[in-house]
Design a protein around this ligand. Structure first.
Ligand code: AMP
Length: 380
């Protein structure tokens, strides 16, 4: 699947490739064609699934074919629960809009910042990203017109409800025209979200993105009982004998990450460490090289694992166990894909056996432990 085949305009496809988005994430391959087709969408997906681009791209594509509205008449309204998300969504609109022949102006508005500059900046805005309270304030000051909104997005709807925004949401709905496209995104589908679904969506295309826990079943997992001093040779043995490519290794400390990467390099296996002590530039370069296949092994700490934007990894090696089972699941989650299951290999020392049991119990999955006495590590 490519972005090209989803029906997006060329300018956006080019911008995606420039940004390093090589292929659509599952939510994107399902949501983009539906949104381009002006259908309503219910997307059950968490942050990190690529949900933002899944609506930003088709909204831009559709808007660029529509005539420019009167000044301060909003065509796309995105309601978000927090200032952080507002800024993040705005940045994504700005980034991809700048690739269009006629960029479409967007603006993020949220509370906790003074209202006057936001009113002035409303000039020429066609896409508005807003938190509920500030949106109502601006509307009541006649800062913009919401009577011609073509597409309404409710992002992180579950969080919106948790934060107690239900009343504001209802009020905002009363500002909007009856005839419009609606997109609802939520991390979970519970009774309340289903209530909103029934209230605002019309025959929506429903998209549910697999949870990490479901993905666990699709991973080929193995574990080795090792002595601490054997970890290095066993790691090299596995990488070489199984011809592993694109291996992400996790350690629990920065020091260890550096040490593992250095040892691998010395032994002829291209490796780099990435962690909080490295400069942003060094991290970006290491990740880009790793993604493109130039770098065979990336060694990371947990702190950074959430920032590693890779949808699918063929191999993850837990050189050291993480303290929390959640981190363990997060580390290996990206290797579980129906179309090409990846591998997760875990090193366990005798002292860690109990902790490893706790992790397996939380994960709901038992992994066969391989003893390493019989491995011939000579030369590794
Ligand atoms: P989101 O779930 O929208 O918060 O997106 C999570 C992260 O994934 C963001 O940092 C995006 O830049 C990145 N991202 C989204 N889609 C893709 C893609 N198709 N390829 C690579 N990175 C992506």
């Amino acid at each position: 699947m490519t972005f090209d085949s989803l029906g997006l305009p060329n300018a956006l496809v080019k911008a995606l490739s420039k940004e390093g988005y090589t292929k659509p994430y599952p939510i994107q391959s399902q949501a983009i064609p539906a949104i381009l087709d002006e259908k309503d969408v219910l997307g059950i997906a968490k942050t990190g699934s690529g949900k933002t681009a899944s609506y930003v791209l088709p909204i831009l594509a559709n808007l660029q074919n529509k005539p420019e509205p009167k000044n301060r008449h909003i065509q796309a309204l995105v309601l978000v629960p927090t200032r952080e998300l507002a800024v993040q969504v705005f940045e994504t609109f700005k980034l991809f809009s700048s690739a269009l022949r006629s960029p479409i102006k967007s603006l993020a508005v949220f509370g906790g910042a003074s209202i006057n500059p936001q009113m002035i900046q409303m000039q020429g805005v066609r896409i508005l990203i807003a938190t509920p309270g500030r949106l109502i304030e601006l509307k009541e000051s006649n800062a913009m017109n919401l009577g011609e909104v073509d597409v309404f997005v409710l992002d992180e709807a579950d969080k919106m409800l948790n934060l107690g925004f239900k009343e504001e949401m209802d009020k905002i709905l009363s500002f909007l025209p009856k005839q419009r496209q609606n997109l609802l995104f939520s991390a979970t589908l519970n009774k309340e979200i289903d209530g909103i679904n029934r209230l605002i969506l019309k025959q929506p295309v429903e998209i549910k993105i697999e949870e990490e826990k479901d993905a666990i079943d699709l991973i080929d997992q193995s574990a080795y009982l090792v002595l601490d001093e054997q970890k290095g040779p066993i790691l090299r043995y596995l990488i070489k004998s199984q011809e592993l490519k694109q291996v992400l290794i996790f350690t629990s400390t920065v020091y260890k990450a550096d040490q593992v990467a250095e040892k691998l390099t010395k032994n002829g296996i291209e490796a780099q460490a990435t962690h909080s002590k490295k400069s942003q530039r060094a991290r970006t370069v290491a990740l880009a090289d790793f993604k493109s296949g130039k770098l065979r092994v990336l060694v990371a700490t947990d702190l950074l694992s959430r920032g590693i934007d890779i949808e699918f990894l063929p191999v993850v090696i837990n050189y050291e166990l993480p303290r929390s089972p959640k981190d363990f699941i997060h580390r290996i989650g990206r290797t579980g894909r129906a179309e090409s299951p990846g591998k997760a290999i875990t090193f366990v020392t005798k002292d860690e056996l109990h902790h490893f049991k706790v992790i397996q119990k939380k994960m709901g999955k038992w992994i066969k432990l391989t003893y390493t006495d019989d491995l011939d590590l000579h030369g590794f």
